[in-house]
Design a binder for this molecule. Structure first.
Ligand code: ATP
Ligand code: MG
Length: 390
């Protein structure tokens, strides 16, 4: 589109939320304002299930605004529009110029008009008829379909006239902040950023929890996780990332527990620490990137033993997905390239050669007794954690 003067945002599912609707709308407006605040000064307002975004300053990058808005959950469609003078010749000229930029051959259209300025000489049905006629006459290959048009031409008469012909798909879902808070166990891998994205899409605010094993894992590995949280935040809003020093606990597990139990015990302690952090931040659930059968620590038996370490609900949105499906999403949300950077994670450093694939809870709990006062070590790790907002 040559020039974008205004952007219309359409929201779908949240429009159905009955009495909660004002809360969802308020949250969506706040999130839209927050995202645009990083780009420049915009006027954002809501009217009849539509949000209007207008630049307040000259020279704002409207393409950048559209692109940022495609990552705001709760928006179904984004319609960039052109403004023109309030007369039918200008409106028709602008509309035809807009249609020239999109594929029209063999496609159908419909005109919808809204007349906020009642001084305008034509009423809405008259505007639709007049514009429909002019479009048919001037744009080749188009025909009218009032029920299922390929292209919806929208004309709004306000302080100026606005014409919308394009529709960019939004991210869908619910506005982040409308469905509570959860703590995401964020590793440097492919799966956990995708898992966090999927839960944030349902309106949940994320806290990040990352376990770092300095000096066995490098600063670069930590930077990678910070980068992932930053990339995710384009969708999820700011994430408070809790970086928990995990070396002492890992060394203690290695010292005290049978080798083939290392991973599962380590994962249980990660969950317990994450749950403690979640309680501190007011989060109501944990999120992991686990998927059935992906590795030894993700068999049904291992998942059950890991799950038993905490009482908070654990959300595993990747649980039934193939790796390839998870990869597809990670590419779509731009975390893939960072996730595949080859920096070691604390899980990959201490992996036993023959991890137990079918542990029982009683044998693991028995083995954990050798750890002594692990509670104290967990509290120390939490006391020493670093919190950053990438
Ligand atoms: P990912 O699942 O993110 O691709 P991965 O496959 O290497 O990474 P696994 O070892 O399969 O991770 O661990 C399963 C889940 O446990 C991860 O999805 C993540 O939620 C959590 N997890 C693993 N390692 C860490 C870590 N160092 N810090 C925080 N969470 C972790
Ligand atoms: Mg994984």
């Amino acid at each position: 589109m040559k020039k974008i003067d205004i952007i219309l945002l359409k929201y779908g599912e949240i429009a159905l939320k009955g009495l909660n609707r004002p809360m969802f709308e308020r949250q969506l407006l706040a999130n839209v304002r927050s995202v645009l605040g990083d780009i420049g000064k915009f006027h954002v307002r809501k009217s009849q299930s539509t949000i209007y975004v207008e630049p307040v300053e000259e020279g704002l990058d409207m393409e950048e605004a559209v692109s940022a808005l495609t990552k705001v959950f709760g928006i179904v469609n984004i319609c960039p529009a052109a403004a023109c003078e309030k007369d039918m010749d200008s409106i028709a000229e602008t509309t035809i110029a807009c249609l020239a930029e999109i594929e029209t051959e063999g496609r159908t259209f419909k005109v919808e008009a809204k007349r906020e300025d009642k001084q305008f000489p034509l009423n809405s049905p008259q505007i639709c008829r007049e514009m429909g006629g002019r479009i048919l006459k001037n744009v080749k290959g188009l025909s009218v379909d009032v029920h299922h048009p390929d292209i919806l031409v929208q004309v709004e008469i306000r302080n100026k006239a606005y014409v919308f012909t394009q529709k960019v798909s939004g991210a869908g879902g619910m506005p982040v902040g409308s469905s509570g808070r959860a703590a995401l166990l964020l590793s440097g891998g492919i799966d956990s950023p995708v898992a966090g994205w999927m839960i944030a899409k349902r309106g949940v605010v994320l806290d990040g929890v990352h376990f770092h094993s300095h000096p066995y894992t490098s600063d670069r590995a930590k930077e990678k996780v910070i980068d992932l949280a930053r990339l995710m935040s384009a969708y999820t809003g700011k994430i408070n990332l809790h970086i928990v020093p995990f070396t002492d606990i890992q060394l203690k597990i290695i010292e005290c527990c049978p080798k083939n139990y290392l991973t599962i015990i380590m994962r249980r302690i990660m969950m317990r620490i994450a749950e403690k952090i979640a309680i501190q931040t007011g989060a109501q659930a944990l999120i992991t990137g686990e998927s059935i059968g992906q590795v030894a620590s993700q068999t049904m038996e291992s998942l059950a033993v890991t799950n038993a370490a905490v009482s908070m609900p654990v959300f595993r949105p990747c649980i039934g997905m193939d790796k390839e499906e998870i990869v597809q999403i990670s590419k779509k949300i731009d975390t893939y390239e960072t996730s595949i950077l080859p920096y070691e994670d604390c899980c990959t450093i201490f992996v036993p050669k023959h991890p137990k694939t079918k542990p029982s809870l009683s044998e693991i709990e028995e083995a954990e007794k050798a750890l002594g006062n692990i509670e104290e070590m967990m509290n120390k790790a939490i006391a020493d954690m670093e919190i950053i907002q990438p």
